[in-house]
Design a protein around this ligand. Sequence first.
Ligand code: DC
Length: 235
Amino acid sequence: MMMKNSVVITIDGPSGSGKGTLAAKLAVHYGFHLLDSGALYRLLGLAAEQAGLFAQTPLDTHAVAELARGLDIEFIPDEQQRLSIRLNGQDVGDTIRTEAVGALASKVAVIPEVREALLCRQRDFAQAPGLIADGRDMGTVVFMDAPVKIYLTASAEARATRRVRQLQGMGINASMDDILSDLVARDRRDMERTIAPLKPADDAYQIDSSAIGIDDVLSMMIEYTDRQLEQAQIS
Ligand code: DC
């Protein structure tokens, strides 16, 4: 999708597929901006929790959407495109990566009015020279006309193993069984929701990274992207 003279490259896939790391590496490689759309849903889940909205049953979906429209957030990248993420001026980068906030994110993500509210905010990230958009529905909904779409996946076991290692790296002990069952439940919720379900776009290049190292996946992505951009005569 060409917006404001910018090229958009979408990377969709389930959690733990390595999308986040690869999206940041691609953004560094091309000198593009980065949208971590999962972080937006995580920030909204956290903000809704802080506002006490999850204490009410049923959840007031309209109030969550209102919150989404007014969310005070900042994404500040360093030179490696690691994002410092702020909510109401406070750094919440570590907090939003927890499993608990991931579960809240996936609950707010099923609300149609919330997804609608976040559409414009996500499209605003498409600035020159280009954007790497990482999420679940980047290629199917948010940036449907993007010239390069990648769908990255891996087996549930491979993804759970990576997640356990990532948590251990953050000093958090996690059980493989818990992580695997959470991940399968979240996949199901993301894939079976009626609005913007997780699925590859028809024109996406699909990569299964279960048995491929990150550097090789990155090379495959760059090779594919260069070819697509050349064909579209964008580079
Ligand atoms: O990628 P992640 O784990 O940070 O995403 C958190 C949740 O947000 C996940 O359960 C699905 C949801 N999400 C979404 O519905 N659409 C996106 N574009 C990105 C994330």
